[in-house]
Design a binder for this molecule. Structure first.
Ligand SMILES: Nc1nc2c(ncn2[C@@H]2O[C@H](COP(=O)(O)OP(=O)(O)O)[C@@H](O)[C@H]2O)c(=O)[nH]1
Ligand SMILES: [Mg+2]
Length: 309
């Protein structure tokens, strides 16, 4: 059922869901009531998995409400209550990215260096091709010479065209050219890479605004999706990044990468609780197939699977 996470679990014994689930198993063993000690231990486990202060407080509060309704009388009901609270929290941010409105549908990838933007483009190209869409890539990261090559490799692997200019070229102009080309070729989806930047680098943030403005000369609705790629292992910093990127250019979706190796996957709950932005995909490895559309139930099942197996 949870093959994609279980497969990874085997290689990474300290992964966040395994630790969290081990903690939760311990929590439930032999317990039939929700006392302060249980709540406190639950709080510790959630905080350690980087669920964050607000999301953790919310989970404990909801659990206490359920307990007051006397619905928690066995370890199983405690477990079910927690599971449904956590699933519900994530579910509100589950919204499939369905690019069928405009063509070309432009997806602009943004985020800091090393978050997984370029890799995610490779995975997305495969994902959309499998859905029968035609895909084109734009090498908008002109800052690093290797970035253009890296994108070209993903293009070859997926057998899709890559529009690129030389290293150092204007990113907005590369993406603008790509959109015109995609339009002429009636491509369904244009995936535009950008250079990594910190939300504190105002000049580089302004460059994103420029990219957006230039794209809108071709299509006033472009980019149709601004995907912020967040590395789960950076923990609570991800929240700040998301808020700043959103303020600067308007983020319409989040991709949370590196959930395979991170001890901080609880960030998903933190993001879901604190931001009003859908989580579109999760990255669970470095290969082309290591990406899944975000599914709340699957994630929560994975966290609790230890107990059930
Ligand atoms: N384990 C793991 N590694 C990832 C994932 N996504 C990307 N990476 C790796 O993270 C590194 C940086 O990725 P890259 O796409 O170049 O990041 P970018 O700078 O944002 O474009 C590369 O080594 C990728 O293979 C993921 O979901 N899991
Ligand atoms: Mg890159």
């Amino acid at each position: 059922m949870l093959n994609f996470l279980k497969k990874k679990q085997a290689h990474l014994p300290s992964s966040w869901w395994q630790r969290l689930s081990a903690g939760l198993v311990d929590l439930f063993s032999g317990k039939v009531e929700l006392d302060d000690d249980t709540l406190e231990r639950l709080e510790t486990h959630l905080l350690m998995a980087d669920v964050g202060i607000e999301a953790t407080a919310y989970i404990l509060e909801q659990l206490t409400i359920v307990a007051k309704q006397k619905k928690i009388t066995t370890p199983d009901t405690l477990h079910e209550a927690l599971k449904s609270i956590m699933t519900e929290m994530l579910s509100v941010r589950q919204e499939v990215l369905d690019p069928r409105s405009d063509s070309p549908f432009v997806i602009l990838m943004v985020g800091i260096n090393g978050a997984g933007k370029t890799t995610t483009i490779g995975k997305l190209a495969r994902y959309f091709k499998a859905k029968g869409k035609s895909v084109m890539l734009a090498a908008g990261d002109t800052f690093r010479a290797a970035a253009i090559e890296q994108l070209a490799t993903w293009g070859q692997r997926n057998e899709v065209s890559v529009i690129a200019q030389q290293h150092g070229a204007d990113s907005a102009s590369v993406i603008f050219d790509a959109l015109q080309s995609a339009k002429a070729k009636k491509i369904d989806i244009l995936l535009a890479d950008t250079a990594g930047r910190l939300h504190t680098q105002q000049g580089l943030m302004a460059e994103l605004v420029k990219i957006k403005r230039v794209l809108q000369k071709v299509d006033p609705k472009a980019p149709h999706e601004v995907l912020l790629v967040l590395d789960a292992s950076i923990g609570q910093n991800a929240l700040k990044q998301a808020k700043e990127f959103d303020a600067a250019i308007g983020v319409t979706g989040i991709v949370m990468t590196k959930l395979d190796g991170s001890a901080k996957g609880g960030m998903l709950f933190s993001i879901a609780k604190n931001l009003d932005i859908p989580i579109r995909f999760i990255g669970i490895g470095e290969s082309i197939e290591d990406m899944q559309p975000f599914d709340a139930a699957t994630i929560v099942e994975a966290i609790f699977s230890e107990r059930e197996s």
